[in-house]
Design a binder for this molecule. Structure first.
Ligand code: SAM
Length: 379
C-alpha cells in the first residue's frame, strides 16, 4: 500500500483591525501562505464585508479592548495589526499613540502579552501604519512600538513600502516587523527604496536598547509594474459620467497649474486618464476646496476622510475636452490589488471606505513570500 505523505500544515496567523481582511488576502498568498485562524474589527460594515469574503475565518466583531486572551484560538505563528492610523497620520491632526483611536495598538499589544504569558505568543508580529508614525510624537510613537517588541524579545526592523511598486496607486505605508526564535532575511545596512531616508532618520534616534535589537529586513523590489491607472478602470460605457455643468464645477476647483495641464492633455489629441482627489485645504488662512490632479498614470493614496466632501474622481482628457466622474468602489478595490470576485459592500461609499482604509494586498504578499514564510520554514 502506498504511504501517503503527511499533509503539510500551514503556518497560522491572526489579523487584528482586519477591515475587509486584505492583510489576510496577502498573508494567504494564494493558498501557499498562512491559514487565517482569527480576525477582529470594530466596525459592523467592515465585519459584514469580512464575513462575506472570508466565511471560514472566525471573526470577533467588537472593540479589541473587549477581547480576552481566552478568545484567541491556538498558537499563531504570526499576528498582524493594522491599527487605526488617524491620530498618527500625516493627513490628520496629531494626537500620537496615546490618542483614543491609535491607542487601540495597546489593546492589541496587551493580547500579545497575554499570549506570551500562556506560551502561545507568535514568532512574528507586524504592525502596519501610516508613515507619519515615524515622526508623530517627535518619534516617540515609533520608538514605543519598536520598544514594546524588543522588550518582548523580538528582533525588530521596519520597511517603508509604497504600493506603487506593484499597483498604480501611490500608497506609502510603514511595516514594523518583529521576529523571535526565527531568522528573517536581513542585511548589514539599510538599502533603498524600502529603507527610506525618513526611516533611517527615525532609526538613528531610537534608544540604544532598540537599536541593539534592530534588523534591516530585506525585501526585493518587484519587476517593473506594467499596469497603470487605465488598466484598472471600468469601460467608459459602464459608468456614469458627469454632465457638462457638473464637470465644469469640479474642474473649477483645480489649481491653475493643474487646470493648464489638463487642458494641454485634452488638446494633445491623445486619450489621457487622470486620478483626482477633492479635499478641503487651508490656503492663506482660508478653507478652500481643491481638486488635486495626477496625470502620471498613478492614483494618489486612496483615503477615507470622515465626512466632508472629499472624494476620488477619474478624469479623461480626450478629443479636446475633459470628462469627469466619481471613482467606483470596484476601481478602488483594484487599486488595492483585490481580485474582482471580492464582494464589496452594497453602497459605493461603503466600498470606498473599506478600500481607503485597507492595506495593499501585493505588498503583504511580498512580505509573506520573502520574509515571513522563509523565516518560519528555516526555524
Ligand atoms: C487602518 S484600518 C485597517 C484595515 C485592514 N488592514 C484592511 O486591509 O482592510 C483600521 C481598522 O481598525 C478598526 N478599528 C478601529 N478601532 C478599533 C478597535 N478599538 N477595535 C477593533 N477594531 C478597531 C477599524 O474599523 C478599521 O477597519
Amino acid at each position: 500500500m502506498a504511504i501517503r505523505p503527511p499533509t503539510p500544515t500551514r503556518p497560522t496567523a491572526f489579523e487584528f483591525f482586519a477591515g475587509g481582511g486584505l492583510a489576510g488576502i496577502g498573508l494567504t498568498a494564494g493558498g501557499r501562505g498562512f491559514q487565517m485562524n482569527f480576525a477582529n474589527d470594530l466596525s459592523p460594515m467592515k465585519a459584514r464585508a469580512f464575513r462575506d469574503n472570508h466565511p471560514d475565518v472566525p471573526l470577533h466583531e467588537g472593540d479589541v479592548w473587549d477581547l480576552a486572551v481566552a478568545d484567541l484560538p491556538g498558537t499563531p505563528d504570526l499576528c498582524w495589526a493594522s491599527s487605526p492610523c488617524q491620530d498618527v497620520s500625516l493627513a490628520g491632526a496629531r494626537g500620537g499613540l496615546e490618542a483614543r483611536r491609535s491607542g487601540a495598538f495597546w489593546g492589541f499589544w496587551r493580547l500579545m502579552q497575554g499570549l506570551d504569558a500562556e506560551r502561545r505568543g507568535p514568532r512574528i508580529v507586524v504592525v502596519e501604519n501610516v508613515v507619519g508614525l515615524l515622526t508623530s510624537g517627535r518619534g516617540r510613537d515609533f520608538a514605543t512600538v519598536c520598544g514594546a517588541m524588543v522588550e518582548a524579545g523580538y528582533t525588530v526592523g521596519a520597511l517603508e513600502v509604497d504600493a506603487a511598486a506593484w499597483l498604480p496607486q501611490s500608497r506609502p505605508r510603514l511595516f514594523i516587523i518583529g521576529m523571535r526564535g526565527v531568522t528573517g532575511a536581513e542585511g548589514p545596512r539599510p538599502v533603498a527604496p524600502f529603507h527610506s531616508r525618513r526611516l533611517m532618520a527615525a532609526h538613528a534616534v531610537l534608544p540604544d536598547r532598540v537599536r541593539a535589537a534592530w534588523a534591516w529586513w530585506r525585501l526585493a523590489e518587484p519587476p517593473r509594474r506594467n499596469v497603470d491607472l487605465t488598466g484598472v478602470l471600468e469601460p467608459d460605457a459602464a459608468v456614469n459620467w458627469f454632465d457638462a455643468a457638473q464637470t465644469e464645477r469640479l474642474l473649477a476647483l483645480t489649481a491653475p497649474l493643474h487646470r493648464a495641464r489638463l487642458d494641454a492633455a485634452a488638446a494633445s489629441g491623445e486619450r489621457r486618464v487622470a486620478a483626482a482627489f477633492r479635499r478641503v485645504r487651508v490656503e492663506a488662512g482660508v478653507k478652500v476646496q481643491r481638486l488635486e490632479v495626477r496625470l502620471d498614470g498613478l492614483a494618489g493614496c486612496l483615503r477615507t476622510p470622515s465626512g466632508g466632501s472629499s472624494r476620488q474622481y477619474v478624469l479623461v482628457c480626450e478629443a479636446g475636452r475633459v470628462r469627469a466622474r466619481r471613482m467606483t468602489g470596484r476601481e478602488a478595490a483594484r487599486l488595492m490589488g483585490v481580485p474582482d470576485d471580492f464582494r464589496l459592500p452594497g453602497s459605493e461609499s461603503g466600498a470606498l471606505t473599506l478600500m481607503g482604509d485597507a492595506v495593499a494586498t501585493p505588498v503583504v504578499r511580498a512580505l509573506t513570500e520573502q520574509l515571513f514564510l522563509p523565516a518560519l520554514a528555516g526555524a
